[in-house]
Design a protein around this ligand. Structure first.
Ligand code: FRU
Length: 313
């Protein structure tokens, strides 16, 4: 364990040394990613890499915590000890990552929090789509699709992360006052294999399921696979969130998922904010990204914006 961190320190030293030799100001950004197991997070890193590559003053160092909160805490501390110029973090869970982020911020390292929140306000800015609104829109869409009546399974994202909490509470608001009944709910922690297992339990207990609302597309796909395995996939609809072109949008085209709500990665916006901060400019404390819904009816037209004004269209 000792050797790799020495090598990383040496790499940083060389970057700084090179920067001073060439006379050009170089910024080192530490990017703490909570997991790279889902396509969405791979896309987030790719978006950051692409945006950063357009700016020769930036070097981004990526760390993947492999879905381990303690590892992610250690990564943040390593970035602080190495005195990176700025930290971007997409935290696994809100509470346990709050202290290390606050510590970095207090030590003068600007912090851009991406997609999942930490608690309090000791960071420079937060960037992400409005998960509560997405949950609400999903609830309304589902109620309309089922004619305000039906039995729904809810497969939740990790409930110690803020998108899971907001996609649930928004959904509850969205179906309020309708005859939609949630007959089974489980925390699949954002992971497709967990969603598949939970759905197997739901199928074993419930003879009638009209729709599965999963907090992300891997969850919707896992539920679909479980239903398909017992020949029940045609009995029900599946709704997910993320809508990556190569994942959720593809499921919509294939008729696997009835609707997928877009959750933009914010990778490019995080780099844009980082550049502004490093250039001494002020950035808003909160950047809310717009979102679309994709269905078989609208996918060829590029989906439909949830909030025309927020999307600036
Ligand atoms: C990936 C992911 C996405 C989801 C996001 C929420 O880890 O689960 O599918 O939209 O995180 O933070």
């Amino acid at each position: 364990m000792k050797l790799p961190s020495r090598i990383v320190l040496l790499a940083w030293f060389l970057i700084f040394a090179l920067a001073s030799l060439t006379g050009q100001q170089k910024w080192v950004i530490g990017m703490s990613q909570c997991n790279l197991g889902e396509p969405w997070r791979v896309q987030m890193n790719a978006d950051i890499r692409k945006a950063a590559a357009e700016n020769p003053t930036l070097t981004v160092i990526f760390k993947d915590a492999q879905n381990d909160t303690l590892k992610q805490r250690a990564h943040v501390e390593e970035f602080v000890n190495a005195r990176v110029n700025l930290l971007i973090i997409s935290p696994k869970e809100a509470a346990p990552l709050t202290a290390p982020v606050a510590d970095a911020f207090r030590k003068g390292i600007p912090v851009v929090v991406l997609d999942r929140r930490v608690l309090g306000n000791e960071y420079t800015c937060f960037i992400g789509a409005d998960n509560k609104r997405i949950g609400q829109a999903a609830g309304r869409w589902i109620a309309a699709k089922l004619g305000d009546q039906g039995q729904v399974v809810e497969l939740k994202g990790l409930m110690t992360s803020t998108p899971g909490q907001d996609r649930h509470s928004g959904f509850v608001e969205g179906i309020r006052g309708t005859g939609i009944e949630v007959i089974f709910e489980a925390d699949m922690k954002w992971l497709e294999p967990n969603a598949r297992k939970e759905m197997e339990s739901a199928l074993a207990v419930h003879k009638k399921i009209d729709l599965v609302y999963a907090h992300n597309d891997p969850g919707a796909h896992g539920a679909y696979l479980a239903a398909k395995a017992v020949g029940r996939d045609k009995e029900m609809l599946f709704v997910g969130i993320d809508a990556l072109p190569q994942e959720g949008q593809m499921y919509v085209r294939q008729g696997i998922v009835a609707a997928s709500f877009e959750y933009p990665t914010g990778g490019r916006e995080a780099v844009d904010s980082a550049v502004r901060i490093l250039g001494g400019k002020r950035v808003p404390k909160e950047v809310t990204l717009p979102s679309r819904v994709f269905t078989s009816e609208n996918i060829d037209k590029g989906g439909e914006w949830l909030d025309i004004k927020a999307a600036g269209k």
